[in-house]
Design a binder for this molecule. Sequence first.
Ligand code: NAD
Ligand code: MG
Length: 398
Amino acid sequence: MSGTLQRLAILGSTGSVGASTLDVVARHPERFQVVGLTSYQRIDLLVDQCQRFRPRVAVVPDEGKATVLRAELAARRVATEVRVGPGALSELAAADDVDSVMAAIVGAAGLPPCMAAARAGKRLLLANKEALVVGGALFMRAVRDGGATLLPIDSEHSAIFQCLPEDRSAWASRIDHIVLTASGGPFRQRDPDSLHDVTPEQAVAHPNWVMGRKISVDSATMMNKALEVIEARWLFDLQPERIRVVLHPQSIIHSMVVCRDGSVLAQLGTPDMKVPIAYGLSFPERIESGAQRLDFLQLQSLSFEPVDMRRFPGLQLAWDTLRGAAGSTAVLNAANEVAVAAFLAGTIGFTAIHRVNATTLDRLEPHLSPDHSLDDLLALDERARAAARQVMQELKGT
Ligand code: NAD
Ligand code: MG
């Protein structure tokens, strides 16, 4: 893509990944043009982003926010058109004047615009792991049929991708298994019996990464790693037993490929999302990301530990759902989104998140047909959310 301007839509531009994307983009005005930005809550930040990057269109969830945004943009003489709702997100993701879509919405809400980008054959930079966890085979088929290029942004998957040859047909013969690294989050060393009374503020205080609140809670339960195992299954077409997880508290090695001959390839760097974001933006080239460089002489040591499954019971659900009925990963994701939102709102305790996830999975049979549609998946997502809310009600009564 060198020499040509890459026209970019950033879905979820006001979030942690979205803002880091704009940070990288701003370093390369000759390479990138921002065509669309979107936000669900932070209209103040979206106004600033529109003023700075002058996108053609900005998308917000409702008319109330659109009215506020239009007034602010008019006051600042910014000509960005304001559009409303999920349909406008998918339209932007598939628009003719968009080459690349950064999918940085959090949760299953990002699936429809991701599917639209995939079907329209875009370069799709995927941070929104929940979209792939829910979409699974349907998502990957849309990527293939639409001729899209799927580029992983999650740091572990970017690491694996960077360790593999550009020619995807060589992947299967090369990989014995992959090892996803996990920091263990804020509770790696905390007594598991004391986890029930941790607060949202303690749970979102990640030792190495600064991220949105939902993924920070997922890191504390290690559900984030469970979602990443499922994500890796689809991105690299690997059977579940070929995906392993190891604790690596320093977050310097971002993940590893163990090759058939026993050779291990790893990608290292400081824990900064700007590196995988810059790689997705510039692939197959490399551009300045703005991330701090790794100083080997400052590194004390790189250590590894097994995951304590008693402390992090949610991790096992990744392999269980991948081996279970089609749609099980979508049920797990929906239950987890509901449970994490309730935990952040102070309605349930930290250890109840896993109980809600496991009980919802036990109760709900997904019943997805092999040729299911996006609508079937969205209906299943709704059913699983309702089931998870019911489970939470019952838990409160106990
Ligand atoms: P965040 O909460 O900081 O930002 C989320 C963005 O999505 C915001 O712009 C928000 O306005 C928008 N949004 C939220 N709900 C929405 C909805 N229902 N409809 C439309 N837009 C909505 O989250 P984040 O930390 O930037 O994470 C974004 C995605 O990237 C997640 O899927 C996360 O798992 C993944 N990810 C994040 C990091 C990280 O370092 N933050 C690393 C790897 C992967
Ligand atoms: Mg990750």
